[in-house]
Write a protein that binds this ligand. Structure first.
Ligand code: B12
Length: 219
């Protein structure tokens, strides 16, 4: 069994210490940090599917999430170092919406975006839609990112866009939505600008958005 397979197994079994060790070993063997994060994300979703079908229960899900977090903690510095960007691409605020405590995906998105040169402010989880707007204003952000992992919390993403419209601020920000239940259709329905289908794609999309913005400003 390869080290990466052992890492996936450690996550599926909810073994946090082993997941951290295997992540370190995989990096030492030369694994690409971005590829590793993708593999970990797929493993975590597979665990989620088993929770969804009733094959495993909440305690096991929580142990797997903790193991995932411990592997991500090890991979994060390597990811940042591998892509050390010299230039600030743009400023962004990113958080998980009100009522939602899922933050593994948000944290991965933040790491990936920072590695691509974005200055990202982590608003945390369970963030009120109005607070996204307040923080974006305070920090003079270019982009607002909102993560939602549950169908029941997705409406808060739309609420955030509605607040921007009501305050006459909609044109000022690029709004990107992410999280497993989010689709391109939902992004359109919520009135947001783009879909962070996964962290790597989101980084690419936002780099293009910022390049367009700079070109528009004649820089
Ligand atoms: C881990 C997990 C938990 C952990 C969270 C730990 C943590 N610190 O985050 C714990 C155990 C705490 C948990 C709790 C609960 N969970 Co839960 N959980 C999951 C699980 C298995 C995986 C989520 C995850 O981390 N995925 C891996 C990451 C890497 O993927 P991701 O989040 O999609 O992120 C990627 C992209 O989407 C993107 N991205 C994400 N956000 C953003 C944002 C931006 C701006 C951008 C650009 C990109 C981006 O980048 C990431 C990397 O590529 C999912 C199952 C699933 N299939 O998603 C259920 C799931 C989301 N949970 C679910 C439920 C029901 C709950 C609970 C209510 C359970 C309960 N009965 O108490 C509570 C929720 C409490 C609350 N109020 O929030 C349901 C939601 C169902 C629904 N209504 O839609 C799911 C779908 C499980 C299921 N099949 O039933 N959960």
């Amino acid at each position: 069994m390869s080290t990466v397979d052992e890492l996936v197994q450690a996550i599926e079994n909810g073994e946090a210490a082993r997941a951290g060790e295997k992540a370190r070993a995989a990096l030492d063997e030369g694994a690409d940090p971005t590829g590793l994060v993708d593999t970990l994300s797929v493993a975590m979703r597979a665990v989620g599917d088993r929770f969804g079908t009733g094959e495993i229960f909440l305690p096991e899900l929580m142990l797997a999430a903790r193991a995932m977090q411990s592997a991500v903690d090890v991979v994060q510095p390597a990811l940042l170092a591998s892509n050390a960007a010299s230039k600030k691409v743009g400023v962004m605020v990113l958080g998980t919406v009100r009522g939602d405590v899922h933050e593994i995906g948000k944290d991965i998105a933040i790491t990936m975006l920072r590695a691509s040169g974005f200055e990202v402010y982590d608003l945390g989880r369970d963030v009120d839609p109005l607070d996204f707007v307040k923080r974006a204003e305070e920090l003079r952000a270019d982009i607002i990112g909102a993560s939602a992992l549950m169908t029941t919390t997705m409406p808060a993403q739309k609420e955030l866009v509605d607040i921007l419209v009501a305050k006459g601020l909609r044109e000022k920000y690029h709004v990107i939505l992410g999280g497993a239940p989010v689709t391109a259709e939902w992004v359109a329905e919520a009135g947001a600008d783009s879909w962070g289908e996964d962290a790597a794609k989101a980084a690419k999309t936002l780099e293009e958005v910022m390049a367009g913005k700079r070109a528009g400003a004649g820089e």
